[in-house]
Design a protein around this ligand. Structure first.
Ligand code: SF4
Length: 356
């Protein structure tokens, strides 16, 4: 994209702001931005302050760190203590489990290595004599890269590389939220995830009678997507509109979809603070089951106390805004986080704390 285009996409002109402010509903209209990157952009650019009074924007469950269950961290802590080398994305390090975190375990001398991609983790395994466990988290955007890594590990016979999986899928989570909360009137759909899913990946929304708009991440993308969404709501059209055509094709990315389906199978999965959602997680298919660390070793987790008062689950469901949590900004800050929504840079609590 040229500098001119970059600039064009950043600017929200007055005409657009006026269009947004002109919406008036005779009831409160609640819309949800699903994706953590949107949450950060909305707060960073003050977009919620442009909304008309009758429209409320709430954050959803699209922050992979936030929805990873604390028991997953407990499993990783167990493996670190058993002598496995843990390879993880950096933002998982500070996420609290029920009794420890990977950061605390690293301070105790256990081997926790930050990697920037699954292939990085595979390289670590290739150059190490230790058994390496990659913490496989993330949504549809991240999963194809993990699938490629798994296939390479298998093809090249790298037998000291394993996965501890907690990948999650966005459409089942949205379905669960819609079925649970009839107050959600529409969705700003995640741009990155949609590059893989495509517009057709949201066909289920029509049956649930809720509209959605796929959006990019620049301020003008988000504001124009909210306008399109509010129009759909006003006209009671339960459609999905692709407002991010420069990146998202209607059919998505069939190659990425095929990679995911080749390596992984759907399974029921727990989302932190939300509970178990049917077919919302992935497990390695039989051909690759040897790479699943849960098949190599019995993982015993101690269990422990969950942080009392943390309302991350309600934040992730869009039921409350972070400042409604009694710990927000006092006991829970980005420097001293209690829940994952404050740990992750894409977490809603963190975005509210940083940008208001
Ligand atoms: S402010 Fe902290 S304790 Fe409260 S919901 Fe957010 S992460 Fe949890």
């Amino acid at each position: 994209m040229s500098d001119y285009d970059q600039d064009r996409y950043r600017k929200v002109d007055q005409e657009l702001v006026d269009q947004l402010k002109a919406f008036a509903f005779d009831r409160l209209v609640k819309i949800m931005e699903v994706c953590g990157t949107h949450t950060v952009a909305i707060h960073r650019f003050g977009i919620q302050r442009l909304l008309p009074e009758s429209v409320k924007l709430v954050s959803g469950p699209g922050c992979p760190v936030c929805v990873t269950p604390d028991t997953f961290i407990d499993e990783a802590v167990f493996l670190a203590r058993e002598g496995f080398l843990i390879a993880t994305f950096g933002d998982m390090i500070r996420v609290p489990g029920t009794h420890s975190s990977l950061e605390k375990e690293r301070a105790q001398g256990h081997d926790i290595k930050i990697v920037y991609s699954p292939l990085d983790a595979l390289r670590v395994a290739e150059t190490s004599k230790r058994d390496v466990v990659f913490l496989s988290v993330g949504f549809e955007t991240t999963i194809p890269g993990i699938a490629v890594t798994v296939m390479q590990a298998k093809e090249r016979g790298i037998d000291n590389f394993f996965l501890l999986t907690a990948n999650r899928l966005i459409p089942p989570a949205m379905t669960a939220l819609i079925q649970e909360d009839s107050q959600l009137n529409g969705f700003i759909l995640p741009g990155h995830v949609s590059t893989v899913l495509g517009k057709t990946g949201y066909d289920f929304m029509e049956a649930l009678n809720v509209p959605g708009v796929i959006s990019g991440f620049e301020p003008v993308d988000i504001v124009s997507s909210i306008i399109v969404l509010l129009r759909l709501i006003r006209e009671t059209k339960a459609q999905v509109v692709n407002n991010y055509k420069r990146a998202v094709r209607d059919e998505g990315n069939p190659k990425s979809q095929s990679l995911i389906n080749t390596v992984f199978a759907e399974t029921d999965a727990e989302w932190r603070g939300i509970g178990v959602i049917p077919k919302s997680g992935l497990q390695l298919r039989e051909k690759y089951a040897g790479l699943d660390i849960r098949n190599k070793i019995e993982i015993k987790t101690e269990g422990g106390k969950r942080p009392s008062g943390c309302r991350c689950g309600d934040v992730l469901k869009g039921r409350i805004d972070p400042p409604e949590c009694p710990l927000f900004g006092s006991k829970c800050t980005p420097d001293s986080p209690i829940g994952p929504c404050m740990v992750s840079s894409e977490g809603s609590c963190s975005a509210w704390y940083k940008y208001g």
